[in-house]
Design a protein around this ligand. Structure first.
Ligand code: PLP
Length: 385
């Protein structure tokens, strides 16, 4: 059976050059970076070289990069420390954030540690910038703004510079979850005016279990995990040296190939939009997903004009892997918080959202396979209705 992978926002295949580099480190560099002997010093040198390379890519200092296990850990560390250690008493965020941000915020709120303001969201998934501008001017509470750079379900991109300028003007800290954008766009943290950002290697053809957080030096966040004091005290635990080397290599490759990959993926996305419109009457796109300027080129959020909670399963029978929100035990998909925020219950009952997400490995044949299967499924719905 064919196997078509269109779920690259969930995770990506590891690049062969990343695997090669990681295997070399696994074989030859097994020292603990905290050991003072030559084995440890070799591992430490690799660790610091990886940090330096990543810092250069983001235009920050190596001391502002902290290795973690994933995007989830990075976001948790930042948000929790801002409230627990830096005196933040108000968070401005949205219901569209990734669960790791949303649940961290919910947890702090439920323990009465912070007041949370969630911005209004327009039908196309855009935040209410005017509301934000008004809210941010209240400087009576120390505020953390946590707004994701790109939404993982819709692909919508945030106007980061607009938000960061307002945060700076009003003395607020600014965290942006960059898990879906690092490696896909040039990210210059100085230029963008970001205080905190996050990255996960497995989203950019690197290994699972490795990520980093960026924290501007002046912020002084504190650790979530205590222990041996690795990562300058911010993240204890023996460093995942293979993962970190793989992460740095994956970022090197992603940025070196960015223009090529972007061009290829944009062609694939444009082809998908065209084929879907031509073959499935009534098809639409969620958020700003079909707008090439305002959304991630790697993500297309399709809105099918019928309700089919089992569609992910049906696509899988044809060997096609896409994402459809979180699965529940029956195999049907639960409606995501993002879709609940954008649509009424009635609208949701008449549609099926489907996220397809691309990488440089996808081809037009992958899109043909997807569209052919969706056509078959939609015909079935025409008969039923
Ligand atoms: N933030 C965003 C926007 C994501 O898309 C994801 C993963 O899907 C995460 C955070 C969590 O990253 P990780 O899987 O590395 O924990």
């Amino acid at each position: 059976m064919q196997k078509v992978y269109l779920d690259n926002a969930a995770t990506t295949a590891i690049h062969p050059a990343v695997i090669e580099e990681m295997v070399t480190v696994m074989k030859d560099c097994y020292g603990n970076p905290s050991s003072t002997h030559v084995f440890g010093r070799e591992a430490k040198a690799l660790l610091e070289l990886s940090r330096k390379k990543i810092a250069q890519h983001l235009n920050v200092t190596p001391a502002e990069i902290y290795f973690t296990s994933c995007g989830t850990e990075s976001n948790n560390t930042i948000i929790r420390s801002c409230v627990n250690d830096l005196g933040v008493t108000r968070i401005i965020t949205t219901y569209l954030e990734h669960k790791c941000v949303m649940e961290s915020v919910n947890d702090l709120e439920s323990r009465n540690k912070v007041e949370v303001v969630r911005l209004n969201i327009a039908k196309d998934g855009t935040i209410d910038y005017n509301q934000f501008e008004e809210l941010i001017q209240d400087q009576s509470k120390k505020t953390l703004v946590s707004l994701m750079h790109a939404n993982n379900e819709l692909g919508n991109l945030l106007d980061v510079k607009r938000i960061s300028a307002l945060c700076k003007e009003n003395g607020a800290l600014f965290h942006t979850d960059t898990v879906q954008t690092v490696g896909h766009y040039p990210i210059d943290c100085q230029d963008l005016g970001i205080d905190f950002a996050s990255c996960s290697a497995h989203k950019i053809h690197g290994p699972k279990g490795a990520g980093f957080l960026y924290a501007r030096k002046s912020t002084h966040i504190k650790p979530l995990i205590a222990g041996g004091g690795q990562e300058r005290g911010l993240r204890s635990g023996t460093e995942n040296i293979y993962g970190i080397v793989g992460l740095a290599k994956a970022l090197d490759i992603s940025l070196a190939e960015l223009d090529n990959h972007k061009k290829h993926i944009e062609e694939i996305k444009a082809y998908a939009i065209e084929e879907l419109k031509e073959n499935i009457p009534g098809v639409g796109f969620n958020g700003l997903s079909a707008d090439f300027e305002k959304s991630l080129y790697t993500v297309l959020s399709i809105k099918l004009p019928f309700n089919d909670p089992l569609i992910g399963f049906e696509l899988e029978l044809s060997g096609i892997a896409v994402s459809q929100g979180s699965a529940c035990s029956s195999g049907a998909a639960k409606v995501s918080k993002v879709m609940e925020t954008l649509y009424t219950d009635e609208e949701i009952s008449q549609m099926t959202p489907l996220r397809v997400s691309f990488s440089y490995l996808n081809t037009k044949e992958d899109i043909d396979a997807l569209v052919q299967t969706l056509v078959k499924i939609s015909k079935k719905h025409e008969v039923v209705s």
